[in-house]
Design a protein around this ligand. Structure first.
Ligand SMILES: *[C@@H]1O[C@H](CO)[C@@H](O)[C@H](O)[C@H]1NC(C)=O
Length: 161
């Protein structure tokens, strides 16, 4: 059967089978996070991460209260212990201040050199929003797993580029 004669819903199903798992990252809310912000989606680009590049994270969510422009966004990469910790000003990763409603964080270059070079297959990533002056409790906190491309695959992509 030619694919062009296939039922549109079947095509949609086939496309989603291949596209969706690559796009959305399964994430968990930290037990320490507040209740005002709900995270909807987390994406890592590229994923798995190429060791000779870096990666960006996109977080979409919904907030029921204002997030002030003094707030900071933290990204920690850990393998049992933190390997890389970066802090961004909220205004550098989204339009701020954030009013109640939907928001998008676009966080660039989350890896430091140490975390890129380290031979590990995956990192646990923790993304937080903390209001300033530093609150004990993060207003947002999610964690998820970020996979690293194997060195062999990186080598292959270098050869084929
Ligand atoms: C990550 O973000 C930076 C800065 O916004 C951009 O230059 C780069 O192309 C992005 N990389 C990917 C893989 O999306």
């Amino acid at each position: 059967m030619a694919l062009s004669h296939a039922h549109p819903l079947l095509l949609l199903f086939l496309v989603s089978l291949f596209v969706l798992p690559a796009l959305s990252i399964k994430f968990f809310k930290c037990s320490t996070a507040g209740e005002d912000i709900e995270v909807k989606t987390v994406d890592i680009s590229p994923h798995p991460v190429n060791r000779k590049g870096n990666a960006n994270i996109t977080v979409t969510g919904y907030t029921s209260k204002d997030i002030p422009d003094g707030a900071s966004v933290g990204v920690t990469l850990a393998v049992l212990i933190p390997i890389s910790e970066k802090t961004y000003s909220l205004c550098d990763v989204t339009a701020c201040p954030v009013a109640p409603g939907p928001f998008v964080l676009t966080i660039p270059n989350i890896f430091n050199d140490k975390a890129l070079k380290r031979r590990t297959r995956a990192y646990n990533v923790i993304v937080t929003i903390n209001e300033e002056p530093e609150h004990a409790r993060d207003v947002m906190c999610v964690n998820f797993v970020c996979k690293m491309r194997s060195s062999y695959m990186s080598l292959l992509s270098q050869v084929t580029e």
